[in-house]
Design a protein around this ligand. Sequence first.
Ligand SMILES: [Fe+2]
Length: 292
Amino acid sequence: METYLREPRSVETQRLLPFTGEGAYHGATKRRGEPAASSASRAAEGPPPVEEMRPRTLEAYAASGRRTIASFEATFPNLYDLKAELGEPDQDEIRDDGVTFCWCPFELALREAGPLVKRVLEAMRPHLHGDKRYTYVDAKIQYFAKGDLAVDSQLWHVDGSIAARDERVRALGHPILHDLRARHEAPERTPHYLSYQSSTHCATLFATEPVTVTLPELIPSFDVLHDAVAARDPRAGHQPAGSIVAFDGFSLHRPVPAEDDGWRLWVRGIETDREVRLSNSIIECYGTVFRP
Ligand SMILES: [Fe+2]
C-alpha cells in the first residue's frame, strides 16, 4: 500500500468533512466509519505485539478472568522539548510542496519529499534516538478556514497508546481498549516523536507541566482521559510556527481549531518497534480537514 501521495493543492480541492468530534487522532490508521470488527479481525490475525505495544494489563485481566476495570494514578511528565526553529515558510511554499506521507519509512520519505518536507526531515534527523526498529514519517498539507480542525477530534490524548481490539477486549464489553497502565508500567519503552508545524494559525496545544490524574487502567476512548486532564487545566502552549518539538507517549496534546485562514504543513517523525503496514488506502483521505 502506498505510504506517500503526490498531488497538486488548491483551496478549492481541499478535502472537507463535517466535524463530529468522534474521529481518530493524528496518524490513526482507521478510516472513519470503518466497522470495529474488521479492525478486530485484522488485529487477531496479526503477529504478537512487540514489547513496546504489549497490553500487559489486559493480559492479566484475561488470565485472571477479572471483569471490572480498576483505576490507577497516572502521571504524564509531558515531555515537550523545542529542538529547532526553521523559520515560517510562506504560504505558496507550503501549498506547493506536494507530497502527503502516512507511515512512510523515513529514508523513503526523504527521497520523495518536496523541498520543504525534505528540509524538515533533515532538521529532524540529528534528534532521532536511533534505538527503535522503525522510523516513520507522517506529513499533511492542509488548508484551513478559520474554525477548521486538522483531525476529527479536540480531545486531550497521547500518541502511540497501547490499543487492543480482540477477544479479551470484547470480553470486557468494548470493541477497543487502550492499556494506559501498561505504558505507565514500562515508561522506557515509549515510542519517540518529533513534530513540525509550519504555521501557528492551527497549532497543536501541548501540556507543558506534569499532570497526575486518576484513570481507569484500560479506557475505551480518549474521552475519559480528556475529561480528567481538562478538569486539571494544565499549563499548555502552542507549538511555534516553523518549529520542531520532541515528545513521547506520555505527552498530552490536543488539536485546536484554526484561528485564521491559511495553509499548514504538519510533519511527524515516529520511532517505534511496531511495524506499521497500511491495510487499506487511507492516504487519499489523510489530510482531510474537519469543519464544525
Ligand atoms: Fe496526537
